[in-house]
Design a protein around this ligand. Sequence first.
Ligand SMILES: C[S@@+](CC[C@H](N)C(=O)[O-])C[C@H]1O[C@@H](n2cnc3c(N)ncnc32)[C@H](O)[C@@H]1O
Length: 218
Amino acid sequence: MRLRNIPGADEALANSKYVIKQPETYRGKFREQIFQNENPIHIEIGMGKGKFLLTMAQQNPDINYIGIELYSSVLLRAVQKMEELEKENNVPGNIRFLCVDARKLGEIFAAEEIDRIYLNFSDPWPKDRHAKRRLPSKEFLALYDKFLKKDGQLEFKTDNKGLFDFAISELPLAGWKEKAVTYDLHHDPVLNAGNVMTEYEEKFSAKGNPICKYIIYR
Ligand SMILES: C[S@@+](CC[C@H](N)C(=O)[O-])C[C@H]1O[C@@H](n2cnc3c(N)ncnc32)[C@H](O)[C@@H]1O
């Protein structure tokens, strides 16, 4: 997702209490120092405008959520939604955001610090030479290994069949296993139960595109 550069976005994020600044300083201490509880932490990498994670946070107050987004102009939308909810006295206290490149996450989270990872409608990077930049690539799976709990899982959704097939083919190379797979999530009564749609999921399923999803573990 590329929005036009919004003037003042960086400054607005720097001043927002919902955005974690200098996240490396909380390595191994996110529960204690950011959320001040012992609840599990679930993250979405490439969260976009944050509809999915915000809904998950509202539905699951006993889970801590961290949304990760590369572009400040995109993350700003999520922060603005939080500010609107704050005015309605309805803001969930269990969600924070990071404006960083996913490639930095090994420096930010300690081993076993994260209980679950969500990847939703990750950018496909269609050229072969860019395969390493795909968030479900074996290179990224090796990075997630560094901070995902031993019994943790990763959930990935996309309407891009080529990207999904690529993601499945990367699993044995990275030592991950399938727990569940569907090529048509919205018609899979088991996997679709409780499904929270993302912005991209709403857009592409409205066009009739089936949604693929896997849940994986090591
Ligand atoms: C296609 S959008 C999907 C947004 C949202 N997850 C959804 O399903 O509606 C992908 C998002 O991932 C972000 N992104 C891509 N590469 C990233 C990276 N290396 N680190 C963090 N965010 C990234 C993009 O900026 C974009 O906002």
